[in-house]
Design a binder for this molecule. Structure first.
Ligand SMILES: Nc1ncnc2c1ncn2[C@@H]1O[C@H](COP(=O)(O)OP(=O)(O)OP(=O)(O)O)[C@@H](O)[C@H]1O
Length: 251
């Protein structure tokens, strides 16, 4: 049986009293598994990652991280180090070069991935001496992804990692996610690109207004679409209850 890396039961969070963003969300990620968390804008995907990391004060019935029960917001440093995180908003020092950034972040870990390997894996070799402030949006995303995995984590949270990436960079990112999975890493991926979900995910979790509305394996997701003779995109729109809305707009 695969190891469960993280398991949350009845995760709840509200930024403002009386306005819950996460409502009793259950989520588990196993070693070597890519779980795509999907849902329309504002349904709580980023908040879910913050809640798991303890960067917001979420409540839960139970949260287990690498087999250890967690209490409140605190996460032990030793456990945090085993998690790689790439969030949508991440500021890095503008005047440090790509190599300097990677060297700095890798130095926080005991057995990091060597910087030359990171440069090569994330197609950053030609940008090695470029300062962060002079990188394009997609190049910054590649660097942020490399930083997220530089400590050879067991679990990775990727919040819309391919935002702004060109097609080549996106495919390169996919290869690296597949490589992480081969290493036994568990991956939580949020994305609005369904082709990415089909290429990478083993399991799909759909959030609607902060609750899990659908959870199914990628095989079942694809089979349901094939059975209904509709595209993956149409199937997803049906699952989130938006197909009728799209049909109405196109009439
Ligand atoms: N720091 C905050 N303070 C107050 N409300 C917040 C905060 N961050 C997010 N929210 C609200 O919480 C809800 C969920 O936001 P979240 O960013 O988790 O959604 P998301 O599913 O990741 O969206 P997207 O697909 O647009 O990235 C939204 O209504 C958002 O306005």
């Amino acid at each position: 049986m695969q190891d469960t890396l993280i398991e949350a039961i009845a995760l709840r969070h509200a930024y403002q009293a009386g306005k819950p963003v996460l409502n009793d969300v259950n989520l588990a990620i196993k070693a070597g598994e890519v779980v795509a968390v999907l849902g329309p804008n504002g349904t709580g995907k980023t908040t879910l990652i913050h809640a798991l990391l303890g960067s917001v004060a979420a409540q839960f019935e139970q949260l287990t991280l690498f087999g250890e029960r967690q209490h409140g917001q605190h996460r032990k440093r030793a456990l945090q180090r085993q998690i790689g995180v790439m969030m949508q908003v991440a500021g890095l020092t503008a005047n440090l070069t790509v190599t300097e950034q990677l060297t700095l972040f890798a130095s926080y870990y005991g057995t990091p991935i060597p910087v030359p390997e990171l440069l090569q894996r994330f197609a950053l070799t030609e940008l090695a001496t470029t300062q962060f402030g002079n990188l394009s949006g997609g190049q910054r995303q590649r660097l942020l992804f490399a930083i997220a995995v530089c400590g050879a984590p067991k679990l990775v949270f990727l919040d819309e990692p391919s935002l702004g990436m060109d097609i080549t960079a996106r495919h390169l990112m996919w290869q690296q996610v597949k490589w992480l999975r081969q290493q036994g890493c568990g991956v939580l991926l949020t994305t609005h690109y369904l082709e990415e979900v089909v290429a990478l995910a083993d399991r799909v979790v759909v959030l609607g207004h902060g609750s899990v509305t659908t959870e199914l394996s990628m095989d079942v997701f694809k089979a349901q679409a094939a059975h209904a003779d509709i595209s993956i995109e149409q199937h997803y729109l049906t699952l989130i209850g938006a197909q009728q809305h799209v049909d109405d707009l196109s009439e």
